[in-house]
Design a protein around this ligand. Structure first.
Ligand code: T3D
Length: 262
């Protein structure tokens, strides 16, 4: 049983819904433990085909729950590295390593580590009213949970710098134009977007997607030749899958493919 998230698993697709709407779904220790348990469950499933992450209420996630960090007395100091090492770092690395697409559907404001975790997902949708706020500077911190890795790679150093230093909200539309997210959708299409993504993930060529994810993330650190070699090796494996067989058959028969993820 989960306390600070809702979790469902249907047709091979997991859905984590951050569920503390009164504090805009900010991250607590309990929420991190809930997410870890959901990831443990999914990683143990043979038929895993995708993961969706979204939130309840008017926000997606306002980052670290700041009420878990009591105000310090004069002269007192706090080591913030532990929470990053034990909670945010493994979360971001596990989302990256999951061999299926992880799709974040940002239902409202995403601030601090909430924005970082959203943007650590493989594909990000956001409703038009959503905002991405690099709130860290407002409390004297630097962007964490992978934000300083993801932002410059997607939007360039200048936009990453402005957003981080000034902590000004970046609208969902702007985020789409910059290539920070995949798509901005009308607010009223939140539920239908979740349903459409769920259906798409459940019916996709899962192993091809895993290979695609692996190759795209490897490319940043690879030479062209190394990347061509990686594509060759992964494509070789995919050539032996049932989904490739079915894809070719469906093409010949002029019908949509029925992928099983094998
Ligand atoms: O400590 C470490 O482990 C280091 C790691 C840090 C990672 C981080 O994420 S640091 C950054 C933490 N997050 C923030 O600084 C963002 C704080 N929140 C905001 O700036 C604003 O809430 C928003 C800009 C996101 C939204 O503003 P608005 O006006 O739409 O909503 P609000 O009224 O500020 O928030 C609604 C409620 O949620 C409110 O509670 P109340 O007054 O109704 O009882 C507010 O206090 C609460 N809330 C919002 N964010 C947090 C939060 N409560 C706890 N922690 C939060 N992060």
């Amino acid at each position: 049983t989960y306390q600070h998230i809702k979790f469902t698993f249907e047709d091979g697709v997991g859905c984590i819904v951050l569920n503390r709407p009164d504090t805009l779904n900010s991250f607590t220790q309990v929420m991190h433990e809930d997410i870890r348990a959901a990831l443990d469950f999914m990683e143990a499933q043979e038929g895993l085909r995708g993961l969706i992450i979204t939130g309840t209420g008017r926000g997606f996630c306002a980052g670290q729950d700041l009420s878990e960090r009591k105000p310090l007395a004069a002269g007192e100091r706090r080591d913030l590295s532990q929470g990053l090492e034990s909670n945010y770092k493994p979360l971001v690395l596990r989302l990256r390593a999951l061999p299926v697409p992880v799709v974040c559907i940002v239902n409202g404001v995403a601030a601090g580590a909430g924005a970082s975790v959203a943007l650590a997902c493989d594909v990000v949708y956001a409703v038009r009213s959503a905002r991405f706020i690099q709130a860290f500077a407002r409390i004297g911190l630097l962007p964490d949970a992978g934000a300083t890795y993801v932002w410059p790679r997607r939007v360039g150093t200048q936009r990453a710098m402005g957003a981080a230093l000034f902590a000004e909200p970046v609208s969902a539309e702007q985020a789409e134009q910059w290539g920070l997210i995949w798509r901005c959708v009308p607010d009223e299409e939140l539920d239908s977007t979740i349903a459409a993504v769920q259906a798409r993930l459940a019916g996709g060529a899962t192993r091809a997607w895993a290979a695609t994810k692996q190759a795209l993330y490897a490319s940043g650190g690879n030479s062209l030749e190394a990347q061509l070699n990686l594509e060759r090796d992964l494509q070789k494996e995919l050539g032996y899958t049932e989904d490739y067989l079915e894809g070719m058959k469906a093409f010949a028969e002029k019908r949509p493919a029925r992928f099983t993820g094998r």
